[in-house]
Design a protein around this ligand. Sequence first.
Ligand SMILES: C[S@@+](CC[C@H](N)C(=O)[O-])C[C@H]1O[C@@H](n2cnc3c(N)ncnc32)[C@H](O)[C@@H]1O
Length: 253
Amino acid sequence: MNYEIERGDNFVLIKGDFFEIMDELRDNLRGKVGAVITDPPYGRAQYSNKFNKYLIPLSDDKRRKFVEFVSDVLMSRSYAFVCTNCFEYAKYVIDFERRGFELYGDVVIVYGQGAPKKYRLRDSHEHLLIFTRDIRKDVDINSFKNVYHTIRARGINRCHPVEFKNAPYEKIGVTVKPLMLLRKIVRTFTRQNELIVDMFAGSASIGESALLEGRRYLGVEIRDYVFEFALERLRKVERDIKEQRVIFYNYKK
Ligand SMILES: C[S@@+](CC[C@H](N)C(=O)[O-])C[C@H]1O[C@@H](n2cnc3c(N)ncnc32)[C@H](O)[C@@H]1O
């Protein structure tokens, strides 16, 4: 098993294969996680060879192991958020239902419009599925719409593709999640200091959102240059928080 751990004040970022360290993580995290918010690979163009092996959808076996892990580590009444596309949607619903969860909501995120022209993104969308076993009473989820949909990637849904300068293949991460939307999710569905776990961290948009909302974050990323990007980003966020250079709670509900 080959992995590396980097820590900040309120985050842990692990470089490695989630499936290799899953059992160790499970032992440490059982019942302690305030929310799993993650974006497993699903290869937007399944049938294209443009995507490397880390971006194709999880196999059935891995997807089930991932769902089982989520079920084991979540606190009893907390939520799991899983980004996916229409091909994988029903598979996640079935696997989560087998573990006693219900599909609570579906946030539709639309990409493309609003992104700088140089990225030449075509409009596409993805689903952020919300699963729960039991509605939490200590957070007010009524302020969150069950289905969140926008046709323009602006405001809360603004997407900022990131540039991986040292990347051997793709130079940008395009399914980077809208920060304001993630921050609202974090703020709505979890409480201060709770631990948010993201086993497919990518550029760590979820990590940044967690830290900016005063939560703790544990992320795992398998690719070196993406991990380096994420680590630098999380360190910068913590520096900015210490030096009071970030605006907290700057999104009107
Ligand atoms: C869809 S991307 C996440 C993008 C992220 N939401 C963002 O805002 O940048 C999925 C990430 O999971 C990583 N990944 C794929 N398989 C993995 C594994 N077995 N363990 C850990 N990370 C993995 C990929 O390298 C990729 O960066």
